[in-house]
Ligand binder design. Structure first.
Ligand code: SF4
Length: 408
C-alpha cells in the first residue's frame, strides 16, 4: 500500500562493495556475517548461499588466521554476493584478505592502533580499489580514548575514534570508506550515529552490537536501527543476533521493507491477533503460512484471519487472504471472496494463489473463478457464525454495561 509517507535520507557519498553500491541514493543494503570457520570453504559457502536467498546483499567472514585468508581465496570467486573480511588485531590479516581478493575490509580502530599498520592497509586497499569499513565498537574502544573521556564509552569518544582513523586514511589519499559506531546500548548507539552523521558524509553502516538472542535481540536491534533509519541516517545495516545468520538477513530485509526503504521482495504476512470469534488457532495457522511462504520471493501482502465475520473486511487491503468459517477457509483477493476450501487446505491454497497472483496479477486471479459463488458461501458461514456467536462474541457489551454502571 502506498501511503505517500517517506523518510528522506541524509545525503552521503557513494562507494561500492563489489557490485553493491553503498551510500548516495543506492538502496540501503542488508549485511550479515557467517558463523562458520572461514577455513571451512564448503560450509561457509553453504551459509552464504542461504544468506543471499534470505535477502542478504553483502556478507562478512572473519579473517583471523592464515587458513581463513586461504579459505577466502576460494570462497570469493564462488560467492553470489560480495565478501567483506573482518579483521581484528593483526593488520597482516587485512593484507592477506586483500590478496585473497575480498570486496571489502572491516577494521576495528580499537584493535589495530599503530598508524603505520593502518596506513599500510589503506594504501594496499586504495591501490586495489577495495573499500574499508571503520568499525568502531563501544566494547573495544581504544583504551586511550576511553581514559580521555573519563573511563566511559561515550558517543563523542566513539565518533572521535572513527574520525581519527578516517584522518589516517585521508593522509594516504584513501576515501572509499564507510563507518560504523556500534554499541550494545541502544540510546548510546543512536546518539553516536547522530553525531557521526553530522561529522562526515561517508556512508554509515548501522548496527546494535551483541544485541543477543531472539526475541530481545531483535527488538533492541530494530529499536536502534529503525530509529536512525526514520531520521534518514544509515546506508547499510546489520542485525547482530545470537541466532542463525539467516534470521539476521530476514530481519534486515523485513525492517527495510516495512519502512518502505526497499522494494518488497518477500511476502508480508499479516494476521489478526485472534479473539472470541476465531474459528481456528490463528497463531498456528499464521506460523504455518509464514514457513510455507518464506523465501519464495513473492512481493505480496498475505493475511491470515481468524473468522469470516470480520476477517475479509479487516484485511481488505491485503493482496490475498484467508479467513476461517464453519470448518472451511474463505479465500479473498483484495477483499473479494474467490474460493472456499477445507480447513486443512487453507495454507496450501494460500501458497498456490500467492504464486499465481505474483505471476499473473490480482485481476487475472479474480477472473479465473466465480466470485459470486464464493461470496454467497462466505455470507452463509458469516450468517451461521453470527447466529451461533451473536454479534458480541467478545463480550464487549457486558464490559460497556459495567462501565456505564460506574457512572450511574
Ligand atoms: S474478529 Fe475475526 S478477524 Fe478480527 S480479530 Fe477476531 S477472529 Fe480475528
Amino acid at each position: 500500500m502506498d501511503t505517500g509517507v517517506t523518510f528522506p535520507r541524509r545525503p552521503t557519498r557513494r562507494i561500492s562493495v563489489g557490485d553493491v553500491p553503498v551510500g548516495g541514493d543506492a538502496p540501503i543494503s542488508v549485511q550479515s556475517m557467517t558463523t562458520t570457520k572461514t577455513a571451512d570453504v564448503e560450509g561457509t559457502l553453504q551459509q552464504i548461499y542461504a544468506l543471499a536467498a534470505a535477502g542478504c546483499d553483502i556478507v562478512r567472514c572473519t579473517c583471523n588466521e592464515v587458513e581463513a585468508a586461504e579459505g577466502l581465496a576460494q570462497i570469493v570467486p564462488r560467492s553470489p554476493i560480495p565478501i567483506v573480511a573482518d579483521i581484528h588485531h593483526q593488520y597482516r590479516m587485512a593484507l592477506a584478505a586483500l590478496d585473497a581478493g575480498v570486496h571489502g575490509l572491516r577494521l576495528n580502530p580499537g584493535n589495530i592502533r599503530k598508524p603505520e599498520h593502518i596506513q599500510a592497509v589503506a594504501v594496499e586497499a586504495r591501490d586495489r580499489g577495495v573499500p574499508i569499513r571503520i568499525g568502531v565498537n563501544g566494547g573495544s574502544l581504544d583504551p586511550e580514548l576511553y581514559e580521555r573521556y573519563g573511563g566511559r564509552v561515550t558517543p563523542e569518544a566513539m565518533v572521535d575514534s572513527a574520525m581519527a582513523e578516517l584522518a589516517l586514511f585521508e593522509e594516504v589519499g584513501f576515501d572509499a570508506v564507510k563507518i560504523s559506531v556500534k554499541a550494545s546500548n541502544v540510546p548510546l548507539m543512536v546518539e553516536a550515529y547522530r553525531q557521526l552523521s553530522e561529522a562526515t558524509d561517508h556512508p554509515l553502516h548501522l548496527g546494535v552490537t551483541e544485541a543477543g538472542p531472539l526475541p530481545e535481540g531483535l527488538i533492541k536491534a530494530t529499536a536502534g536501527i529503525g530509529a536512525l533509519l526514520t531520521e534518514g541516517i544509515g546506508d547499510t545495516i546489520r542485525f547482530s543476533l545470537t541466532a542463525d545468520p539467516v534470521e539476521e538477513a530476514r530481519a534486515g530485509r523485513t525492517l527495510l521493507e516495512s519502512l518502505g526503504l526497499r522494494e518488497r521482495e518477500n511476502v508480508d504476512l499479516i494476521a489478526c491477533p485472534s479473539c472470541g470469534r476465531a474459528e481456528i488457532d490463528v497463531i498456528a495457522v499464521a506460523s504455518e503460512a509464514r514457513d510455507a511462504l518464506a523465501d519464495r520471493q513473492l512481493p505480496l501482502q498475505v493475511a491470515v484471519m481468524g473468522c469470516v465475520v470480520n476477517g475479509p473486511g479487516e484485511a481488505r487491503d491485503a493482496d490475498l487472504g484467508i479467513a476461517a468459517g464453519r470448518h472451511r477457509g474463505h479465500l479473498f483477493v483484495k477483499g473479494t471472496n474467490v474460493a472456499v476450501v477445507p480447513e486443512d487446505e487453507m495454507v496450501s491454497t494460500l501458497v498456490e494463489w500467492a504464486e499465481f497472483i505474483a505471476e499473473h496479477g490480482t485481476d487475472a486471479a479474480l477472473e479465473r473463478v466465480d466470485t459470486e459463488k464464493a461470496r454467497r458461501e462466505a455470507e452463509k458461514d458469516r450468517a451461521e457464525l453470527l447466529e451461533i456467536q451473536g454479534d458480541d462474541a467478545n463480550a464487549s457489551g457486558q464490559r460497556v454495561e459495567l462501565i456505564g454502571k460506574r457512572f450511574d
